[in-house]
Design a protein around this ligand. Structure first.
Ligand SMILES: Cc1ncc(COP(=O)(O)O)c(C=O)c1O
Length: 391
């Protein structure tokens, strides 16, 4: 394989591994502690949010967020949650697991994202919106935010694929009440496994801290802890073993926190390289009439996760798929294709929602990896393969 979807475990891998080895040799306690806490603080600052809660994956970030919103009564069993038809399975699974009903909302073919148009088609059918920002792209999220406000729809984002992208001067992930991130290998920054939830809402922050770890009060600020203990009449002997809310244990380790802080140092560089790669490659796509265009000009920063290749018809899809596979470039469906076609969805969701654009992308599109380790030679190979004149 000449070009793999994921090229390395970390950006600046040799340096990161060396620092990690030194850290492990020197450190006695590796469970969640000061490095996880400082990573949360640094990440919140970078994302321009007040609070960040570090967990062990993007998937658990989604589950923790939904559970916390339920515990606070902002979501309820039986609620109808709008989700993107083009998304990852564990964006939708917690909706079902927690007894709510996912309502798939179609994307636009040229942004891959839910738009005001597709949202309006379903606006009367949903109580909340869990929007996925797909592959570092976004549609008109400013209007999506307003539509949700006008219609009293609770809005939160799965930003696992779009760390660093900006629209209207604002980072994706900062439009909804809260948002989730993934730090799995191959994402914008890697902690091997890892995820984050960010918000500006203090009450939600406290609930997230408890939902992440057993429902106890050990990680919330003193004032909140004292209030909980007082309200619940916790005696001194039992105080550490009182469980206040429905929860899990999805804590990260300090090894992951340590790596997170290192990778965060490189994040600006990573984002600008991903954007440059995308723009260099996209020049060729935009000139090729056998491929459909992507609309991104309304974005200030395209922190691209992977490069979509959208064929203009099924024959062209087969032509480009074959070309990439034969020439050793690893490709895959756009995320996992139209999520409503997945076996789990058909088994656990009884309603069906027609999503013609997600269906089109399922059948006629794929993506290849974009990452900051792509070399100039890789970019040249990819550009060549995207030209219409090759057979
Ligand atoms: C949109 C989206 N949400 C959630 C996840 C889950 O993240 P993780 O692999 O860290 O569990 C992914 C994974 O790539 C994703 O693309």
């Amino acid at each position: 394989m000449k070009i793999r979807l994921v090229k390395s475990s970390f950006y600046n891998e040799a340096d990161t591994k060396k620092r990690l080895a030194d850290f492990i040799l020197k450190t006695d306690i590796l469970s969640m502690g000061e490095h996880s806490a400082s990573f949360e603080k640094n990440f919140a600052e970078k994302q321009c949010r007040k609070y960040a809660v570090f967990v062990n994956s993007g998937s658990t970030a989604n589950l923790v967020l939904l559970q916390a919103l339920m515990n606070l009564g902002k979501l309820n069993r039986g609620d109808r949650v709008g989700v993107s038809a083009l998304t990852w399975a564990t964006n939708i699974m917690p909706v079902i697991q927690l007894g709510m009903i996912p309502v798939a909302i179609d994307c636009e073919r040229d942004t891959l994202n839910v738009s005001p148009r597709t949202l309006k088609e379903k606006i009367n059918e949903i109580d909340s919106l869990f929007l996925t920002n797909v592959l570092g792209f976004g549609d008109d999220i400013v209007s999506i935010e307003s539509i949700c406000k006008e219609n009293n729809i609770l809005f939160f984002e799965d930003n696992c694929e779009s760390l660093g992208s900006k629209i209207n001067g604002r980072l994706l992930g900062n439009f909804g009440l809260a948002s989730t991130f993934s730090f799995f290998v191959g994402h914008h920054m890697s902690t091997i496994e890892g995820g984050m939830i960010t918000t500006d809402d203090e009450e939600l922050h406290h609930e997230l801290l408890m939902v992440r770890a057993h429902g106890w009060d050990r990680n919330v600020p003193h004032e909140k802890r004292n209030r909980l203990r007082e309200d619940n009449g916790a005696d001194e002997f039992f105080a550490l073993y009182n469980f206040y809310t429905l929860a899990y244990n999805f804590r990260p380790t300090d090894i992951h926190g340590f790596i997170g802080n290192i990778q965060l140092e490189y994040l600006d560089e990573i984002i600008s390289k991903r954007e440059k790669n995308f723009l260099d490659i996209y020049q060729v796509i935009s000139r090729n009439h056998e491929l459909l265009p992507i609309r991104y000009e309304h974005m200030d920063v395209v922190s691209n996760f992977a490069v979509p290749v959208i064929a203009s018809n099924p024959q062209m899809f087969l032509k480009y798929k074959k070309r990439f596979q034969e020439d050793g470039v690893e490709i895959r469906p756009i995320i996992a294709g139209d999520i409503t076609k997945q076996p789990f969805y058909k088994k656990f969701v009884s309603e069906s929602h027609s999503c013609p654009n997600a269906d089109y992308l399922h059948k006629n599109a794929f993506y290849f990896g974009n990452n900051p380790d792509l070399t100039e030679e890789d970019i040249l190979i990819l550009r060549k393969m995207l030209g219409s004149d090759l057979n």
